[in-house]
Write a protein that binds this ligand. Sequence first.
Ligand SMILES: Cc1cc2nc3c(=O)[nH]c(=O)nc-3n(C[C@H](O)[C@H](O)[C@H](O)COP(=O)(O)OP(=O)(O)OC[C@H]3O[C@@H](n4cnc5c(N)ncnc54)[C@H](O)[C@@H]3O)c2cc1C
Length: 391
Amino acid sequence: MSGKHHVVVLGGGVIGLSVAWLLAREDLAVTVVDAALPGSSSWVAGGMLAPVTEAWPGEDEALALGTRALDRWPCFAAELGAASGRDPGLRTEGTLVVAADAADRADLDRLAAYLAELGREVQRLTARQVREREPALGPAVRGGLSVPGDLSVDNRALLVALRQACRLAGVRSMTGRVGVVRSDGVDLLPDLHTDGPGSSGGPIDADLTVVAAGAFSATVWPALRGILRPVKGEVLRLLPGELSVPPPRHTVRASVGGRPVYLVPRGDGELVLGATQAERGFDTAVRAGAVRELLADAEVVMPGISEYHLVECSSGLRPGTEDNLPLIGEVAPGVVLATGHHRNGMLLAPITADLVLGVIDGRPVDPVVDPARFGLVPEHRSSTVDREAGR
Ligand SMILES: Cc1cc2nc3c(=O)[nH]c(=O)nc-3n(C[C@H](O)[C@H](O)[C@H](O)COP(=O)(O)OP(=O)(O)OC[C@H]3O[C@@H](n4cnc5c(N)ncnc54)[C@H](O)[C@@H]3O)c2cc1C
């Protein structure tokens, strides 16, 4: 494809914007269409770039993909900062995983053994060593694991930088809801239109459409029904008061009574506390019980959090797949999926943009993310895939 070709990117979350920016830099004409739907997950995410502390025995493919994605991040953040003039908020202090009771310690032992087996850089810490690194952590913490390579990014600073970089690269931005995706473009629904081109609804022609609609992708590409599901996550944002203990410098992850909880510090002093995980369709209400649980669990790990100011409670819908891996590849002539990033969309955004570019350039699809593993195959590829499956 060359500069004359027009690409519509359906979805203006972290995935759609990363793809749009990279394609525009390749001299393609790009339009991002976004409906600003409640439950979009990029604005609420914790922002951990954490393939190692997300890893679990048996999920080797996710760890390998996540590691490749993390390697891409420093360069992506530097290029984005330069292109946008905005700091995308990459933090390199690393991650501490801590245990609050005997069962959590057993989980930590298992994770440490698995990671050591894979030759990953982790260091066991006593309770004292954990508190030396993070004095805000409380006496319930029995020990921990230092994972210096697992980083974080300020999801909101990142989105602001991506929007600006897209604008400067000539990406056209439209607000509106897409009803149908076709091989030669998309149809905008007339009901949710706003000002600007296409405001009365109707077709937008394109040589290629990239479906990056997160948890909503199955509403525009029905073949995804039963393959992609919304996984709700509630998250809190807090700020230290005048007399509060300072927030931790590292990302702190823990499991309290079997429930995962994390604290991710931001450069402006904000602390992101997450996250619940529940399958409730497209429900996005923040439940009182979720707020209570998150605060209670965080207080076990960091008692001083009770003096912080609670500034925001929000929820988002993660786009989940059965194998927790994304769907990136062509599914019909002129239609490419870039969705299903579940808990790792921030981490995987740069590598997803690279992979979409690869698809457009005609490079072979990475089998780990190929939608063909769920039977989503464009007709002209089906014979090849059938042959490979039969081996
Ligand atoms: C609580 C929580 C914490 C998380 N923490 C982390 C983390 O620490 N690290 C990490 O890597 N990931 C994290 N994630 C996951 C990450 O947020 C997602 O994987 C990622 O944001 C998905 O991005 P996306 O662009 O695909 O989807 P979204 O951000 O949901 O964007 C999709 C966009 O498509 C638009 N759209 C949908 N349908 C249409 C339509 N028909 N027409 C037009 N526009 C449409 C929506 O308006 C939306 O803006 C977290 C998620 C949640 C909910």
